[in-house]
Write a protein that binds this ligand. Structure first.
Ligand code: HEM
Length: 498
């Protein structure tokens, strides 16, 4: 707990954050280099959680907070959620991909869209997707060869992309999965490369300066100021935002979504399709005073892109990790196998959570050990008090999901794989923000019930039909990518079970 602090000799004063414990870092760069290095980032997040519920790190000249206890996370994400917005860095970086979709939007737009989209993810709607999830997994299995060597992470991406395609968009994405997967990897690699970029830090500083001077800008210049502010919503400072490969990747994804929207516009009014995209196109705000308006094509594009990306990348990672953990824990694997074998040869054709209870616990433990999103960024809108200290408007903080999930005070023996941590009686007594792979509070993942159904169904369908061997399971490390992917994939050999 007595980590040396960078504060005493640091070249950048921390101003109002002075009293917050700082993690050791470089005098010049702060923590940028640690943050950029996949080997350093996760240990840094663990050290932050061990040091204090609220600590600070520095990106060049800019100090940010890490919030690393369930209590403080709840304070930010639930109790005072209205005092924060999503961090501008996340929004700028994700803008080319997700536009003003649900993940990145704020204020009245977010509220309206969440209200419109929530019913589409209601438990009653989801039950009908179980068969599709099972079918997509079986279809992917049917294309494998007995004894084939493959990357399980990639197979999981194909399956989860196929599930999103079929359930949300009513299409067969599995055929296009490799092309779309490659485009998405290029885009997410770009996000990753720029997470700790100096150009992004500079752009954020300029955005803040504009915000500060807004009240004193003379009326004659306010139009210009608004235009600059608008332009800065895109990652204009990042040289790579002009990267042709990145643009081509975004175009590939856009074209795919546009084609689906065009197909729907043809059918939507006749209500012939029941997939989520059609429902999005038909969704009308029925709140009094909202005028029963639907979404523009641009808004539907942003929402569809958001759901497409958010809806499969994270689940694919969690599944790849779950299989990796089972390869290392034969006793757990035998129990998952037993649950899978209780289904008939057609797999999980209807969803009954009690029949997948242990498999679900394994999936949840995989999400604890390897949360796909390791940090959740926020910016303070109004000055506020957190964990006994006062912070001014504009402070950026990251809820340290990875650090909380690996803290020994929250999870005894945290590195041990133990699915029974998720027995209902143990879940009931735990702090509500101890396990937050989906976040918590008003911005909690809209697809969390979807993912918690999909993960175990895909696992059971796979295990019912295949033996999955991961020969080098010990050597796989997390790669702190934009999401927590297994580094180098999960090389596996699959064999059909008779
Ligand atoms: C294991 C799988 C998943 C994980 C770990 C995950 C994680 C998360 C997290 C942590 C957030 C909140 C971010 C924040 O508070 O800053 C989030 C939001 C979101 N997720 Fe997921 N997600 C998963 C699956 C899905 C699926 C299947 C869908 C859609 C089908 C989805 C769609 C979204 C959307 C639209 C948001 C934004 C919600 C809002 O701000 O109102 N996610 N997700």
């Amino acid at each position: 707990m007595n980590e040396p602090s960078v504060a005493e000799h640091d070249v950048v004063p921390a101003g109002p954050l002075e009293a917050v414990p700082a993690l050791p870092g470089s005098k010049l760069l702060g923590h940028v280099h640690l943050f950029r290095d996949a080997h350093e980032r996760l240990p840094l997040l663990r050290r932050a959680a061990a040091l204090d519920p609220v600590t600070r790190i520095r990106f060049l000249h800019r100090w940010v907070l890490l919030v690393s206890s369930p209590e403080a996370a709840r304070d930010v994400l639930v109790d005072h959620a209205a005092s924060y917005e999503k961090s501008p860095g996340t929004r700028v970086l994700l803008r080319p991909l997700a536009g003003d979709g649900l993940f990145t939007s704020e204020g009245p737009l977010w509220k309206r869209q969440r209200h419109l989209m929530s019913p589409l993810f209601h438990q009653s709607q989801l039950a009908g997707y179980a068969t599709t999830m099972n079918d997509v997994a079986r279809h992917a299995i049917g294309r494998l060869r007995d004894g084939e060597s493959l990357d399980l992470a990639r197979l999981m991406t194909r399956i989860t992309m196929g599930v999103v395609g079929a359930t949300l968009f009513g299409t067969q994405t599995i055929e296009a999965a490799d092309e779309l997967g490659a485009a998405l990897t290029t885009t997410l690699q770009w996000v990753e490369d720029n997470l700790a970029s100096s150009f992004l830090t500079l752009q954020l500083s300029l955005m803040e300066t504009l915000e500060r001077i807004e009240p004193v800008v003379p009326p004659a210049l306010s139009d210009l100021e608004h235009r600059i502010k608008d332009a800065l919503r895109d990652p204009v400072f990042l040289p790579s935002s002009r990267d042709p490969e990145m643009h081509a990747a975004i175009r590939t994804l856009d074209r795919y979504i546009e084609k689906m929207i065009a197909e729907r516009r043809g059918h939507a009014t006749r209500d012939e399709r029941v997939d989520l995209l059609t429902k999005l196109l038909l969704a009308r705000d029925t709140e009094p005073g909202q005028g029963g308006e639907g979404m523009s094509d641009a808004q539907v594009r942003d929402e569809a892109n958001t759901l497409f990306v958010a809806g499969h990348e994270t689940t694919a990672n969690a599944l790849a990790w779950a299989f990796y953990l089972l390869a290392r824990h034969p006793e757990a694997r035998a129990r998952v196998q037993a649950e899978a074998d209780a289904f008939g040869p057609d797999g999980v054709t209807s969803y009954d959570p009690s029949k997948l209870a242990y498999t679900t616990r394994v999936f949840k433990e995989a999400l604890r050990l390897y949360p796909p999103l390791i940090m959740l960024g926020r910016r303070v809108l109004d000055s506020l008090t957190l964990a006994g200290k006062d912070y001014p408007r504009g402070v950026i903080l990251f809820v340290n999901v990875y650090g909380i999930h690996h803290h020994p005070d929250v999870w005894p023996d945290p590195e041990r794989f133990d699915p029974d941590r998720f027995l209902p009686e143990r879940e009931a007594t735990r702090h509500k923000a101890a396990w937050i792979p989906f976040g918590v509070g008003p911005r909690v993942c809209i697809g969390n019930a979807f993912a918690l159904m999909e993960g175990p169904i895909v696992m059971a369908t796979m295990m019912r039909n295949l033996t999955v061997d991961i020969p080098r399971a010990r050597a796989i490390e997390p790669d702190a990518f934009a999401t927590l992917r297994p580094k180098g994939g999960v090389p596996a050999v699959v064999r059909f079970r008779s």
